[in-house]
Each structure stands twice: as structure tokens, then as C-alpha cells.
Design a protein around this ligand. Structure first.
Ligand code: AMP
Ligand code: GLY
Length: 428
């Protein structure tokens, strides 16, 4: 098969390696890709937002399957456009991607399907939102309805902070994405993510992971797209996974089917493991970044076969096999990220890191200039260590980071701290 992968991040580099390694894959193309992905296939410099150009590229290269990595093209309906043009595509339709594209849609769906989630109310009027706030307990969570590049959620500790968030969002901070907001109850517990592979009717557990969203050690600093991750998630032990599938994932899939928007693709449930059990924080309609980078090294099944089975609606006859090994991924980002940062500084030592036992380096915001690799984005690399224990995965990942020479980059020093503590406690 000829396969086209859409995207250019570390998640897509991890996907590209697995797709290229599949016995089903004849040729891999990626648009726009990055220098890491270019080592797995042929990159095509086109903008995924231009669906016409993507379709033309698929026709020209006789693409048998298009795989969509990021949320923006999914929410924009790229799968509908590709399928309508006769190109098989893996990922949810525009209607199904609303699970990520609209928080209000998802909250109402959860209510109708009986999925445990924080109590909520939706508003497009500032005064009405503030009256509601007056009756709400603190802390309170204020969310922009639509996509806001991970910046659309404020956990407010005070009324003043909450009112400021309401004014900011309904005042147009995120344009159409915050024309409506959701105000919801604060959930206490430990966060974890579960990924399910869905074919519209059947959902298979794919993997669990835990990421680190804040920029700095000790979960301080601004929210980012993710500074590191581990898999599996220690907060979601085996005893909790089936209850999440039964009370959250399957009812959601059934309700989407009832609404005529069957979900096909990777469903990413962001969960809070509370004293009352796991509750849904949010859905994403794709794999996470950097979660994908820690999940792919554990996958023992063929990724292309799995994606095809989901696209074709035959997952009921399928199984996903995951290795029991532990993985830990550390993101190297440009100093200043998630704010302003410089581009163009050389990165050295990547090959030495990648040659280490149990270490894989995925590229995201990089650019090649002659023989040199340059930093060219916010999140630039993910270094993943794997091992029989989190302790081993941690040691390997940080040894990989130490081998990389890039003065303009930074990473957190405490990735996997909770997983290590959990592992240590279990041994003791
Ligand atoms: P989201 O973009 O919905 O994942 O929200 C970003 C982050 O805000 C989450 O990862 C949580 O840490 C936090 N958050 C969102 N909703 C809630 C909630 N209802 N209770 C507690 N924390 C939340
Ligand atoms: N790492 C969180 C996400 O991909 O949304």
C-alpha cells in the first residue's frame, strides 16, 4: 500500500516509524513531515489545511490510505473530503471530531449517555455566566468551547480570577473558539489518559499514558502541549481500565452512533481518577503528543492493520497487543516555549543518543540545513527510554537527553516522578 501521513510533530514521527515498518506499507509519504519523518519516507511540502491539495497529492501518488495525526485537519473535516474523493482515510469524520472540537457538545453527550464527568453549564452571555458563577463553589473551571491550542482552560481559585477568564474568553480571546464557554465543577484526583481504537461500533483498549503538561519541574509554569509522558499510566491500573471502557468509552461510542456520527479513529480520553472512580475531563479525537511517542514503542501489533480494521469497521474480530515494558519520554523544547523562542540553533549528538540501548529520539520542530540539524519550533525532540521498569526507562531516557548537545533547549528533570514513586512503593 501507499500511505500518506498528515502532520509534522513528534507524534507523527512515532507513527511514521511504525507505518514504514509495516509489511503492508510499500511507500510512505508525509505532508508536511519533518527531517525525522523524512528518514522513514518521502515528505511532501503541502499545507494540510488545503484539502484540495491533499486530495491532489493522494491521486498523484496512488495513495491507498491517508492517516491523519493532528486534530486541526480532523475537526476541519479532512477525512470527509478525502473519503468523498475516493481516498480511504483513517481518523474521525468532521461530525465525530466534535468530541474534541466542541467541549459543550461533549458535555451534553456525556449527560445523555450517562458518562461520569464534572457538572457543567454553557454560556455565551457574560452576565448570565457571572450570575451562575456567584452560586458556584471554588475552585471553578472555565473553558473555551472550541480548539484553543491547549490554552482554553482556566482553573480559577478565586471569583476575581474566574470573572477575568469569562471576560477574556467571551470578549473574543480565542475568536469563534470562545464565543461560547463551559463552566464546570473542579475534579480532584490524579490525571491519566486512555486511548481507545474505535471503528464506529467497537472500541478496543489501545494504551494508557500520563503526560506532564506544565513547562517546569514540580508542575510549575505555563501549560504546554506536553513536556513528557510515561506509559502505562500508574493511576489507571488494570482494575480501572475495564471500568473506564465500560462506563466512559463504550457509552460514548454508542451515543455517537445514535447521533449518526460514528467515531472511527483513536479516541483519547483525558481522565481524572477521583475518590469516586474515573471521570472524563475531555476527549481528543487523535493520539496525544508526546503520549504517542511512548505508546508506539510498546505496540506489538501491526499499526497499519489496526488502523485499516478500524477504518473498515471490523475491529470486533481484532486484538491489539501491547508489550508490558515501560516507556518514558522527555520533550526537549526551545527555551521560552510555550512563549516566544528563537529558531535556527544547531542540535548535535542526536545520532549518539539514538544509538544508545533502549533509546529512541523522535523529531518535531527541526529543520535540516545541509548536514546540520537546526531547532525550528517550540517542542523540538522527544527522547524515549524503554525498560522492564520505569526506573530503567527513566535512566535510559535521561542518558539520551544528556547525549544531546543543544544549548538553546530545555527539558523537565522530573518526568515520570510519580510513576517511579509508585513503582518504588510497590517494591517496598
Ligand atoms: P483540557 O484542555 O480540558 O484537558 O484541560 C486542561 C487541564 O485543565 C486538564 O488537563 C486538567 O489538569 C485541568 N482541568 C480541566 N477540567 C478540569 C476539571 N473539571 N477539574 C479539574 N481540573 C480540570
Ligand atoms: N499531550 C496532550 C495532547 O496531545 O493533547
Amino acid at each position: 500500500m501507499n500511505i500518506l501521513l498528515i502532520g509534522s510533530g513528534g507524534r507523527e514521527h512515532a507513527l511514521a516509524e511504525r507505518i514504514a515498518a509495516s509489511p503492508l506499507c510499500e511507500r510512505l509519504f508525509a505532508a508536511p513531515g519533518n527531517p525525522g519523518i523524512a528518514a522513514c519516507g518521502t515528505t511532501i511540502p503541502l499545507d494540510p489545511a488545503d484539502h484540495g491539495a491533499v486530495i491532489a497529492a493522494c491521486k498523484e501518488r496512488a495513495i491507498d490510505l491517508a492517516v491523519i495525526g493532528p486534530e486541526a485537519p480532523l475537526v476541519a473535516g479532512i477525512v470527509d473530503d478525502l473519503e468523498a474523493a475516493g481516498v480511504a482515510a483513517f481518523g474521525p469524520s468532521k461530525a465525530a471530531a466534535r468530541l474534541e472540537g466542541s467541549k459543550a457538545f461533549t458535555k451534553e453527550l456525556c449527560r445523555d449517555a450517562g458518562v461520569p464527568t464534572a457538572r457543567f453549564a454553557r454560556f455565551s452571555d457574560r452576565e448570565a455566566a457571572k450570575v451562575h458563577l456567584g452560586r458556584h463553589s471554588l475552585p471553578v473551571v472555565i473553558k473555551a468551547d472550541g480548539l484553543a491550542a491547549g490554552k482554553g482552560v482556566v482553573v480559577a481559585q478565586s471569583l476575581v480570577e474566574a470573572e477575568a477568564a469569562i471576560d477574556d474568553m467571551l470578549g473574543g480571546r480565542f475568536g469563534a473558539s470562545s464565543a461560547e464557554i463551559v463552566i464546570e465543577e473542579f475534579l480532584e484526583g490524579e490525571e491519566a489518559s486512555l486511548f481507545a481504537l474505535c471503528d464506529g461500533e467497537t472500541a478496543l483498549l489501545f494504551a494508557t499514558a500520563q503526560d506532564h503538561k506544565r513547562a517546569f519541574d514540580g508542575d510549575r509554569g505555563p501549560n504546554t502541549g506536553g513536556m513528557g509522558a510515561v506509559s502505562p499510566a500508574v493511576a489507571l491500573d488494570d482494575a480501572l481500565v475495564e471500568p473506564v471502557m465500560a462506563s466512559i468509552i463504550r457509552p460514548t461510542l454508542a451515543e455517537m452512533g445514535r447521533r449518526g456520527a460514528p467515531f472511527r479513529g483513536f479516541l483519547f480520553a483525558g481522565l481524572m481518577v477521583t475518590a469516586d472512580g474515573p471521570q472524563l475531563i475531555e476527549y481528543n479525537c487523535r493520539l496525544g503528543d508526546p503520549e504517542c511517542q511512548v505508546v508506539m514503542p510498546r505496540l506489538m501489533s501491526d499499526l497499519v492493520t489496526a488502523m485499516l480494521a478500524a477504518r473498515d469497521g471490523v475491529l470486533a474480530k481484532f486484538a491489539v497487543r501491547l508489550s508490558p515494558k515501560r516507556t518514558l519520554g522527555i520533550v526537549l523544547a526551545s527555551k521560552g516555549y510555550p512563549g516566544e523562542f528563537k529558531r535556527g540553533e544547531p542540535i548535535r549528538g542526536l545520532d549518539a543518543a539514538a544509538a544508545m540501548d533502549g533509546v529512541t529520539v523522535f523529531q518535531a520542530g527541526t529543520r535540516r540545513e545541509g548536514a546540520q540539524l537546526l531547532a525550528d519550533g517550540g517542542r523540538v525532540l522527544t527522547v524515549v527510554g524503554e525498560g522492564a521498569s520505569f526506573a530503567e526507562a527513566h535512566r535510559r531516557a535521561y542518558a539520551g537527553v544528556a547525549a544531546i548537545d543543544w544549548p538553546g533547549g530545555f527539558s523537565r528533570g522530573d518526568i515520570g516522578a510519580r510513576a517511579l514513586a509508585h513503582e518504588h512503593a510497590r517494591k517496598a
